[in-house]
Design a protein around this ligand. Structure first.
Ligand SMILES: [Zn+2]
Ligand SMILES: [Zn+2]
Length: 169
């Protein structure tokens, strides 16, 4: 878990602190599939700005996720730029809107924040390419490798003969 300790940070109103931090990212589970950050550790830019009424926290990093395409199950790679912002009022007085859930006892939980920010930035579908054709619903082959269609199912000639006979009876 990557945390940042705010106890030693003494910022006055209007002052800003910036630091690059190594951030360890966790693999994500999505629809039963695993998406792994490559590399697992990325440099993240942490910015803390003291305003008159509270503190603004900003976190920015780039992530590359590897995992199966949601249509054809081939390897897919997704590059996401993440930038997240949190606010903690100096005196939130029980108002949850004015607090960040990632700050506890002067410790900022960068791992949990990064995980949630990444989950929010994900697209609806992770695909190997935008026009991925997916798998054939009939035979299950990858339609990107072998484009084909099965056409109309052939009527079975024996049944046709039987139907013919039934019509005549
Ligand atoms: Zn695909
Ligand atoms: Zn097929």
């Amino acid at each position: 878990m990557t945390t940042f300790n705010l106890r030693t940070l003494k910022l006055r109103s209007g002052e800003q602190f910036r630091e690059e931090r190594e951030l360890r990212l966790e693999p994500l589970e999505l629809g039963g599939q695993r998406y792994v950050p490559v590399p697992e550790t990325v440099p993240a830019q942490l910015t803390i700005t003291r305003a008159s009424t509270g503190t603004v926290f900003e976190l920015a990093f780039d992530v590359r996720l590897h995992g199966p395409c949601m249509r054809c199950l081939d390897d897919a790679v997704l590059d996401l730029p993440i930038s997240a912002r949190e606010y903690e009022a100096t005196s939130p007085e029980g108002d949850e809107e004015l607090r960040t859930p990632y700050l506890e006892d002067d410790k900022l939980d960068l791992s949990a924040w990064a995980r949630d920010a990444l989950a929010l930035a994900l697209p609806d579908k992770i695909l190997c390419r935008p026009d991925c054709a997916g798998l054939c619903p009939v035979c299950g082959k990858n339609l990107n490798d072998e484009p084909h269609d099965h056409g109309e199912p052939e009527p079975d000639s024996r049944w046709a003969a039987l139907a013919d006979l039934k019509d005549r009876l």
